[in-house]
Design a protein around this ligand. Structure first.
Ligand SMILES: N[C@H](CCC[C@H](N)C(=O)O)C(=O)O
Length: 262
C-alpha cells in the first residue's frame, strides 16, 4: 500500500513523518530501522508516526534510527506542530504544547525531573552531579525532560572525542534505559553543545538535549533563563524556571513529501 510521508528537519536533525491517524500503520522496530536506513530506506535520525489521541490533538510516536521507541523528541515536536498545526501532542514522555510563532515554532515539554529513579539510574545516587567519569568526561548532571539525558560541562568542547566515548556511556549498565549523552561548553553568549543521541548517535542537533543542558546550567547557576544553545545544526532558545515545564523555540523545516510502498 502506497503511504505518503513528509521529510522534515529541526536544525539538521532529520525525520520521516508518517500519518497513521486516518489509516492505522503497524510500526515495528524492524520497519522503523529500514525506513531510517540512509541507503536502503528513506533515511532519518528518527521515524515519527502520528496516531489519534484521547488526551491531546494527536499522538506522536518516536522511533530512533536503531528502531527503539522512545518518549520524546524536541526537534520532531517542532516539525509536527508546524506540519499539523496541533497545539497539544501526546507522547510517551507526557503531553507537550506547541505554537507557531512567525518563522519559528515554540514547544513546551514537561517539567524536568532530577531524582535517580526518574532519570532512571540503576541505583540511588546523586544526579547533580552523578559521581562517575569516563576518561576525560566526568561528574555529569542527569536530567529527564521526557527522555533521559546526561550533561557533561567541559572547558573546551573541541577537546572531547564524543563519537569515541558516546557508545560506552550510552550503554553503561548504570542507565537501564540507556541515555542521551550531551557535552557542553558554557560561554558568555550561551552554550555550545554536541549530543551523542541514544539510538541514533551523533546528530546535528538534539532538542531535548538542548533543553536538558540549559536546565542543568540554570540549576548549577552557570547561566540564567533564557539560554541560547548552539549546536552544529543551529541555535535554540531555551526557557526554564524551577517548577515549570521547559520551553524551546527554533526552526522546523519541511524538505519534501513522497510516497513509499509499505
Ligand atoms: N535519541 C532520543 C530521541 C530523539 C531526541 C532528539 N532528536 C531531540 O530532538 O530531542 C532518545 O532516545 O531519547
Amino acid at each position: 500500500m502506497l503511504r505518503q510521508f513528509h521529510k522534515m528537519h529541526g536544525l539538521g536533525n532529520d525525520f520521516v513523518i508518517l500519518d497513521g491517524r486516518e489509516s492505522p500503520l503497524a510500526m515495528t522496530e524492524a520497519l522503523a530501522r529500514h525506513l531510517a536506513d540512509r541507503r536502503e530506506g528513506i533515511g532519518c535520525d528518527q521515524l515519527i508516526l502520528l496516531e489519534p489521541s484521547n488526551t491531546a490533538e494527536l499522538r506522536m510516536r518516536i522511533f530512533n534510527a536503531d528502531g527503539s521507541e522512545v518518549e520524546s523528541c524536541g526537534n520532531a515536536s517542532r516539525c509536527v506542530v508546524k506540519l499539523t498545526g496541533a497545539g497539544t501532542i501526546e507522547t510517551a514522555g507526557g503531553v507537550i504544547h506547541g505554537d507557531v510563532t512567525g518563522a519559528e515554532v515554540e514547544v513546551s515539554l514537561i517539567e524536568p525531573r532530577f531524582s535517580w529513579n526518574e532519570i532512571p539510574l540503576a541505583y540511588a545516587m546523586p544526579t547533580d552531579p552523578v559521581p562517575m567519569g569516563w576518561e576525560n568526561l566526568d561528574r555529569p548532571y542527569a536530567v529527564n525532560v521526557g527522555n533521559p539525558h546526561l550533561v557533561f560541562f567541559v572547558e573546551d568542547l573541541d577537546d572531547i572525542d564524543i563519537e569515541g566515548l558516546g557508545p560506552a556511556i550510552e550503554t553503561d549498565p548504570t542507565f537501564p534505559e540507556r541515555i542521551n549523552v550531551n557535552v557542553a561548553e558554557v560561554g558568555d553568549d550561551g552554550i555550545r553543545l554536541k549530543t551523542f543521541e541514544r539510538g541514533a548517535g551523533l546528530t546535528r542537533a538534539c532538542g531535548t538535549g538542548a533543553c536538558a543542558t540549559a536546565v542543568a546550567a540554570i540549576r548549577a547557576r552557570r547561566l540564567s533563563s533564557p539560554v541560547r544553545v548552539t549546536m552544529p545544526g543551529g541555535t535554540l532558545v531555551i526557557a526554564w524556571e524551577p517548577g515549570q515545564p521547559v520551553t524551546m523555540r527554533g526552526d522546523a523545516t519541511h524538505v519534501f513529501e513522497g510516497t513509499i510502498d509499505l
